[in-house]
Design a protein. Structure first.
Lengths: 521, 327
């Protein structure tokens, strides 16, 4: 009898331990830039640290905002928002989560030396009302406050103080911080070990406050820089999930047994900015023909996006006439309509504008930033040449490309915009359409200035009523569309690949959220 | 001998300074790392502030002077990519590259010399022709192609060996070694084979031609006439004379192995200094790039000086000439 019992007990233990050991081996193109959630604004690093740390509110798998460390929020005055914090949450090191942690973390993120301060604009102070309630004091009404907060993670005050890490680290100066390679958060996974550029290991947090949708016990993350090696590792069974999966290997991966591609349209919109300044950077005519709306429309008509989608993007991109994706707040279907591909019309418009023989200009693109960026630009250069223009194609690494864009040393240049983390059209208005000045217009093309757009942008920044706000945003975006300030191309596809035993949602923002992942047998 | 050494050291210092200058100057034109370090949505003011903090707005010679002064003490600043001291990063990555290069160099010697002897002793046999053909392929195929082929055959099709990484490494002091674990040794195989291929074919051909040349010399003929065994002739007399130029070339090529390791490390995701350098290049991480160049130049200079000294030690004729010149 006893022996029988013991054998059953032994068998039961075997099943118990056997059933819960689900390891997910995950490979990406590069490693995170460190584990400090406030040290660098890189969306990949951010989503990785999101497994360890948590914000007050978070995006779910459909990119809707839901409570995380805060359970409720209330606008008490336009400049004071009260957050009720979740009770019973502990950090991985055992510390209790409370209002003082929120205060220290938020102020650390908006510290003048923190690289993240642009991600939470307008926060003046955080006041502690009681152990589980904080008030955020703002400069003015901030309709996108929750969107901003999804990116700001909470660290433990005691742990920061004990490790001399209260001051934020900036990647450009200071001593190496304790937070770069050590972590203590409230999230679904605990850091077990980190070997930079080799292996990061996370284990499941048994004491997590939320009910896990995932069934993982362990995540092993390896950066594999070479596209070919990453695909080989997936095919050989050493890796379970890769992100990104190169588009040209999609056919091979689909054909192989036991692995599949995950491909969906993404958020990131790719578009061409147009220099509307007084002169071209590298032209062969007087003045700047691109200042003329007809010339910009001619460029628009000359591009055959359907062909680019089918040949270069293997049918996986979503051609659009809008600067924002459908998932982004402020999108309407009206915005999506493109000027049709019509090279004859393009030539006619050019002739009408006084350039029947076309003119030369720079076509600036990065070659290592967006999906098939170089291929798209090569195709566009050929199409523009067919319309009678003389584009001078310049493709270079992102460092040099964006340096030129910053200094407005470009004529027609490629840019991709995902509006992350805000997921709101205001991001496009403030960064790409408003006249440069102060915190506006970082990427606005040279010479573009529409007073009505500026007026609407400033109004949208502080309007809290969502309906009024959206109406103003839509008006501004449609005005810019008519101005052809930017030439929209497409939303680039997401491209991951996984073993058939792995289920993971692919949200449009291209971020891998493994707390929704399941490994089945 | 001492005079020679001192002269070489002084020359080396000038070489190092020149390399530092070139490294520094070239990377002025590498682009702006600020864009990778700030949010996509950062304003122009914020970018300028970061530029100022990094010292990128200072005049050129000031930046260079600061760089050399700090480099002399081993301080290459903080990596712009991951906020850690460059010297720590390099020290962390050095064992990986060193082990890879060591194993590859060892393989190329251990395989190259016997194969070279074989092809020299039996110049017209089938095995020699086959080896010559394979060595031609080894030299002509680009290294990354061989690497991918190796991964395809041994990882994807056969599943015998891992396609990336170092396996499990054990920390012995500050040195992380892959020699002590089975997965570490398995992970070493494909990358070192890929890396040694070029060196292997080079040594094989060199040994073959040197040996064939030596076998034609008079003293070998006399040894044969005297009745010494073949074994004694080939391995005791001929081989020693063959090896002198081989060792020289091998030493000089060792630096090349370290350079080629960049490609191997990229293909196999080997966390060594080469991979670090490539990442630094795409990020525009000037401190790491500059430090790597300086470090590799230092290694080259040390190796070359050692080879020269070794050459003088190995070849008695040089020593005697030197002595005569001194009088």
């Amino acid at each position: 009898m006893l022996r029988h019992l013991m054998m059953t007990a032994a068998a039961a233990t075997l099943f118990a331990t056997g059933a819960s050991a689900e390891t997910l081996r995950f490979a990406t193109a590069r490693d995170v830039y460190g584990l400090d959630p406030h040290a660098v604004t890189d969306s990949f690093t951010n989503i990785f640290t999101h497994h360890i740390y948590e914000p007050l509110v978070r995006y779910d798998a459909e990119l809707k905002i839901e409570p995380a460390l805060a359970t409720a929020w209330e606008v008490i005055e336009p400049t004071r928002v009260r957050f009720t914090l979740r009770d019973g949450v502990t950090f991985h090191g055992g510390e209790t989560f409370g209002a003082d942690d929120v205060q220290v973390s938020l102020m650390r993120a908006v510290d003048p030396k923190s690289p993240l301060r642009g991600n939470l604009p307008g926060l003046k102070a955080v006041e502690i009302v009681d152990d589980l309630t904080v008030d955020l004091i703002l400069e003015g009404p901030t309709p996108l406050l929750n969107n901003y907060l999804t990116n700001i993670f909470i660290l433990d005050k005691g742990w920061l103080e004990a490790n001399n890490a209260v001051a934020p680290i900036d990647a450009s100066q200071g001593e190496e911080g304790h937070t770069t390679n050590n972590a203590n958060g409230t999230g679904p996974f605990v850091l077990e070990s980190r070997r930079p550029d080799a292996l990061n290991v996370l284990v499941a947090n048994a004491a997590w406050w939320d009910t896990p949708v995932h069934n993982l016990t362990r995540i092993e993350h390896t950066p594999i820089g070479s596209d070919a090696t990453r695909v080989a590792a997936l095919l050989s069974g050493e890796i379970d999930l890769i992100e990104p999966a190169p588009l040209q290997d999609a056919g091979r991966i689909e054909a192989a047994e036991g692995v599949r591609m995950l491909q969906n349209p993404g958020l990131r919109s790719i578009m061409m900015g147009i220099n509307m300044g007084d002169s071209l950077v590298d032209g062969n005519v007087d003045g700047n023909p691109l200042k003329d709306l007809r010339v910009r429309q001619a460029l628009y008509h000359a591009i055959n996006m359907d062909l680019i989608r089918d040949r270069i993007m293997r049918g996986k991109s979503r051609v659009t006439g809008s600067l924002i994706a459908p998932e982004v707040n402020g999108y309407t279907e009206e915005m999506d309509a493109r000027l049709p591909y019509d090279p004859e019309r393009a030539k006619a418009l050019l002739a009408e504008a006084g350039y029947p023989d076309g003119f030369a200009f720079n076509l600036n693109c990065p070659n290592d930033r967006y999906v098939n960026d170089e291929g798209i630009c090569q195709a566009m250069a050929a199409m523009l040449a067919q319309a009678g223009l003389e584009p001078r194609l310049v493709t270079e690494p992102r460092q040099m490309h964006f340096q030129k864009v910053d200094n407005r040393q470009v004529d027609v240049f490629m840019l991709g915009w995902a509006t992350l983390p805000m997921l709101d059209g205001f991001s496009v208005l403030s960064a790409m359409l408003a006249t440069p000045g102060g915190e506006y217009g970082t990427f606005t093309p040279a010479g573009y200035s529409n007073p009505r757009v500026d007026e609407l942008t400033k109004a949208v920044a502080t309007e809290v009523d969502p309906e009024k706000r959206n109406a103003m945003m839509i008006e501004a975006l449609m005005l810019a569309k008519d101005d052809v300030a930017w030439l929209p191309l497409h939303q680039q596809p997401l491209s991951w690949a996984a073993r058939d035993t792995v289920e993971v949602p692919q949200a449009a923002d291209d971020l891998v959220r493994l707390w929704y992942a399941r490994v089945t047998k | 001998m001492l005079g020679f050494l001192i002269r070489r050291i002084i020359q080396s210092v000038f070489v190092m300074l020149a390399v530092a200058l070139i490294a520094f100057m070239m990377f002025r034109f590498m682009g702006d790392p600020v864009n990778s370090m700030v949010a996509e949505t950062a304003t122009t003011e914020e970018r300028d502030a970061v530029r100022e903090r990094l010292g990128l707005d200072q005049p050129l010679y000031v930046q260079y002077g600061r760089f050399v002064a700090r480099a002399a003490t081993g301080d290459f600043g903080l990596s712009w990519r991951n906020a850690r001291p460059v010297s720590t990063l390099l020290a962390e990555r050095f064992p990986a590259t060193a082990e890879l290069v060591l194993v590859a160099a060892g393989l190329s010697l251990v395989l190259g010399i016997p194969l070279g002897i074989l092809t020299a002793l039996r110049p017209h046999s089938v095995s020699t022709q086959a080896l010559q053909l394979m060595s031609l392929v080894g030299i002509s195929l680009p290294t990354f192609v061989t690497g991918i082929l190796l991964i395809l055959i041994f990882s994807v099709w056969l599943g015998w060996l891992p396609s990336f990484g170092r396996g499990t490494v054990v920390d012995v002091g500050w040195w992380s070694t892959g020699f002590l674990t089975l997965s570490g040794l398995k992970a070493l195989i494909l990358p070192s084979v890929m890396l040694c291929l070029f060196q292997l074919t080079l040594i094989m051909r060199l040994v073959r031609s040197e040996m064939m040349e030596v076998l034609r010399t008079d003293y070998i003929k006399f040894a044969k006439a005297r009745g010494l065994t073949n074994r004694s002739i080939h391995f005791h007399h001929a081989l020693k004379n063959t090896l002198i130029p081989v060792i020289t070339i091998f030493g000089l090529q060792l630096g090349g192995l370290i350079a080629f390791a960049i490609i191997t490390e990229t293909v196999f995701q080997w966390p060594g200094m080469g991979a670090l350098f490539i990442q630094a290049v795409s990020f525009g991480d000037v401190p790491v790039m500059a430090a790597y160049l300086v470090l590799v130049s230092l290694i080259f200079v040390i190796i070359n000086t050692t080879v020269d000294l070794l050459y003088a030690v190995l070849d008695p004729r040089l020593r005697v000439e030197g002595a005569r010149a001194a009088h």
